[in-house]
Design a protein. Sequence first.
Length: 87
Amino acid sequence: VLDLGCGPGLLAREARRRDICGVDMSPGMVEAARSWMDVVIPENILEHHPLDPVDVAVFCNVLEPYPSEVRRLVFRHCCDFLRVGGK
């Protein structure tokens, strides 16, 4: 599971799953997320390309403030690294 824009790692904390991989560009959020996640990558979500395909990519409270054109761009970007049948 890839949590894009993971913030302080709330998804991993609530799911009690350290194996969720987080990506966030805020140094403060990356530091906080490391309390709940084993892997947190300090990177912009549009520049992140996992080495291996992922089964699930999640955006929790990340895309709402952006216009639909930006959301479409981000979803297309995710399709580049989702495993066939991924969500």
